[in-house]
Design a protein around this ligand. Sequence first.
Ligand code: ADP
Ligand code: MG
Length: 565
Amino acid sequence: MTTDLVIGIDLGTSNSLLCLWRNGRSELVPNRFGDFLTPSVVGVDDAGNMLVGQPAKARLQSHPHLTAASFKRHMGSETTVKLGAQSFRAEELSAILLRQLKEDAENALGQPVSCAVITVPAYFNDVQRRAVKTAGELAGLEVKRLLNEPTAASLAFGLLNNQQQKYLTFDLGGGTFDVSIIDMFDGVVEVRSSSGDVFLGGDDFNAAILRWMQQQFPELNQAEGALYASLTQLAERLKCDLTQSSPATAELEWQDKRWQWELSEAKFAEICSELIARLQRPVSQALQDARFTLDQLDHVLLVGGATRMPLIRQTVARLFGRFPRHDLHPDQAVALGAGVQAGMVMEDSAVEDVILTDVMPYSLGVATMREQHGRQEAGFFLPLIERNTFLPVSMEKTLCTAVDNQTLVEVEIYQGEGRRVKDNIQLGDIKLEVPARKAGEVSIDVRFTYTLDGILEVECRTSASDTISRLVIENVPGQMSAEEIQQSLQRLASLKQHPRDRPENRRVLTRCNELYRFLLGEERQQIDAALSAFEQLLETQDVRQIADFRQHLEQMLSRYDNWTQ
Ligand code: ADP
Ligand code: MG
């Protein structure tokens, strides 16, 4: 087993979790508040300190302009979110969150953590995947593997039920919907196909409820700021209350006005009918690509917080003609799988026989010209790797020059299923110089290699020269350049952390709490008093006084060094 500790991270739209492979099993690691779920929320407090997780989420409603949530939805785009005076990209907000998770893991495990396996929606495209790697890098984590979320859940489920079976994971989280079909046999977890929708999740059901709430009281259409934040929160509460019982009610008071709502399960189904309809296509596509029929599936496995909704469970039952299984905790399945993968990366003997094969969920290719109605027309998509091919994969195709005497060939790389490239996502391009010849006389070999992380490498070679051009995906809208990453690293390093969250203070707090548990009587009271004083001091954020007091505490703690550690 290699010595570097690798942690598994489920970096979710709503919540993130940490997991570790230990003693032959995947174990969730609590954050600094003792919780497994860390809300994926980042904010700044009035003194300009960064807040991460629960303390940030608690201010979402009262300080919407100083708090950012659901930023995973903007991964791989140039969208920035303003927090007070500063603007952040989704990579940076994710980095701030990851940095906190890394520290929480170090705090809980008592050793440095520098490597991670991070899960991503199977349907994340190349740019979004690179953005997650960048976020890891910004947080000081070497990202050993990106693992598709439904694959992670399957890995956790597969190890739990080590038998031959075929199943479908249905993962509906806060912002994304992922479907994968898995074939399990003899320790092999084989992903046969993946499909999904990166803009469909629990957040969209909240938005549908919010629209309905505003329809009931049109004067709320102009709501903004804190009122809008309250409405959004109420919408989510209504949705979660409906999971318990129908109808669900909500009430809001604002500046002498009062509004009330009552939402029944039937009404909810009606206002969400479009969202429900969108669940069908990825399911059908995954089945078709895996060449499976419904009755060949042994189970349907539910993952993701949004699958708690009775409406979703009924929809799944209707789509599949059977009741789904929820053997795994819907919030934890993905993280537990990331932990298994972390064990595999560390080459732990308990998982050395597990083999995981995954697929690439979308087609990759280049733009070509075609003869249409007697003339050359540009902009057609030529797939090199078709969706749901097993990974890793490497494929080559030969293209030719299309125009007489052309001296420059531009190979444009696209991802998607559209017949014309304008309907697909452009990932980058490579420009090659070629000698001027007749059309078709110079050929260009294009090789696509797709790694296990789901990241594409492209190589081009012309028949006219021996040099190989490799694609470094740069200047693609949405991707950070090396220079921007450097600038961002400096910027993130200078962000203030609340003294309570600084590692040196957390260590002392943890040690004091341990000793409190260990000691009795007067000594226990002494620790208790010191701890209370320190906690109070941390809230004042007076850096000098905190440092002095911490030194004093460290001296006091050193007396017990030989006792408990
Ligand atoms: P992600 O992986 O995207 O972070 P999660 O799997 O944690 O997301 O799911 C978060 C979503 O689940 C949110 O939209 C949340 O509102 C929803 N959710 C959580 N609990 C419930 C519940 N009891 N009923 C309905 N929806 C829920
Ligand atoms: Mg998730």
